[in-house]
Design a protein around this ligand. Structure first.
Ligand code: KG4
Ligand code: ZN
Length: 351
């Protein structure tokens, strides 16, 4: 039995969790900084690091207490070492090193995006996630990311598409600000959209045919112009704008994910990241895709330590671990398709 402590501090949540064998959550503690950053309309990096410094020890102590465990009972310590804010990542990584060193435990650095994907394995039933769901397509949509990833097995990632400009969550946050809704924008837009008509405002969809990449900056600019026009005409129809924006972004996310799933003969689609908490995206992806779609419960879509411990388990099983010289990598990426093909000798870079 493996008991892994997962630590996550890449952005604005200080989180720690103990997960048994990559699936069973024994504890999951998240100290959110949303209230702190709301006054700035977004994450204020220096404030985030300082808040992590204050919260990290109590959060980890709570995670162990909730699980009824001591450091000595653990099998390994896993920590997000990128991508994310450097100052925030440093707090988690250094704390994880101290715990590993003091208790003679293996340490493993985990890519935050891998964590989001593996949130799907937490407490998933065998029928929802079979032994071999590969190849699968994962759509990771969060405040900093919009990525399509092909997985042919555990720990086997190929980044096939990404955003060329704004991330999906960033678009939700910016549009929410334009129409006077609070931070974070995603939940606020979702709520406002319930009373709106998704066909009320005509907004563009950037299909970028022939690639799996996304672009949301044109959509955001279109909302800006619409808001300026409508403001001149009277009170802003916030619900209609929210519903129309949500429909536009969801249309693109679903269509491109389905296209990738068809092209790569995927057996399963996984959703992940903060935007996967969006009720409309979840409902529509499940209803419209031809394949089984799995999405973690909303509380596991947003940043948490359980997803980091879940991803770590598949590495620990292979005997992988990091050294105590583990560094933070703010721009850490998953392996790209081009890089993979070059490594496999099937293609040369640039061909
Ligand atoms: O994964 P996450 O907690 O942090 C990052 O790794 O970025 O994602 C946060 C993002 C924010 O942009 C937030 O607005 C968005 O996820 N989000 C949502 C919803 N809940 C959170 N977007 C749309 N609908 C939601 N219900
Ligand atoms: Zn995240």
């Amino acid at each position: 039995m493996a008991l892994i402590l997962g630590i996550e501090t890449s952005c604005d949540e200080t989180a720690a969790s103990v997960v048994q064998d990559g699936r069973l959550i024994l504890s999951n503690v998240v100290a959110s900084q949303i209230a702190l950053h709301a006054q700035y309309g977004g994450v204020f990096p220096e404030m985030a690091s300082r808040e992590h410094v204050l919260k990290i020890v109590p959060v980890i102590e709570q995670a162990l207490r909730d699980a009824g465990l001591k450091f000595q009972d653990l099998t390994a310590v896993a920590v997000t070492n990128g991508p994310g804010l450097a100052g925030s990542l440093l707090v988690g990584v250094n704390t994880a090193k101290a715990i590993a060193y003091a208790n003679d435990l293996p340490l493993i650095g985990i890519n935050h995006l891998e964590g989001h994907i593996y949130a799907n394995w937490l407490e998933a039933t065998a029928s929802a996630l079979p032994e071999n769901p590969f190849p699968l397509i994962a759509l990771i949509v969060s405040g900093g990311h919009s990525e399509l990833v092909l997985m042919r097995g555990h720990n086997d990632y190929e980044l096939i598409g990404r955003t060329l400009d704004d991330a999906a969550g960033e678009a939700f946050d910016k549009v929410a600000r334009l129409v006077g809704l609070g931070y974070p924008g995603g939940p606020a837009i979702q709520q406002a959209a319930v009373a709106g008509n998704p066909a009320a405002v005509k907004l563009p969809r950037a299909w970028l045919r022939g690639s799996y990449n996304f672009s949301f900056s044109g959509l955001k600019t279109a909302v800006l112009h619409t808001v300026e026009d409508l403001k001149r005409q009277g009170p802003l129809p916030v619900a209609d704008i929210a519903a129309s924006f949500q429909a536009a972004i969801t249309d693109v996310l679903i269509e491109k994910t389905e296209q990738a799933a068809r092209d790569f003969g995927a057996k399963q689609i996984l959703l992940a990241g903060g935007v996967a908490a969006n009720a409309r995206l979840r409902e529509r992806m499940v209803a419209e895709a031809d394949l089984p779609v799995l999405v973690p419960p909303p509380k596991l879509c947003i940043d948490n330590g359980a997803m980091i411990a879940a991803a770590a388990w598949w590495h620990i099983r292979q005997g992988e671990k990091s050294g105590l010289d583990l560094d933070v990598v703010p721009s850490l990426q998953l392996p790209s398709r081009e890089k993979r093909l070059a490594e496999d000798g099937n293609a040369k870079p640039g061909t």
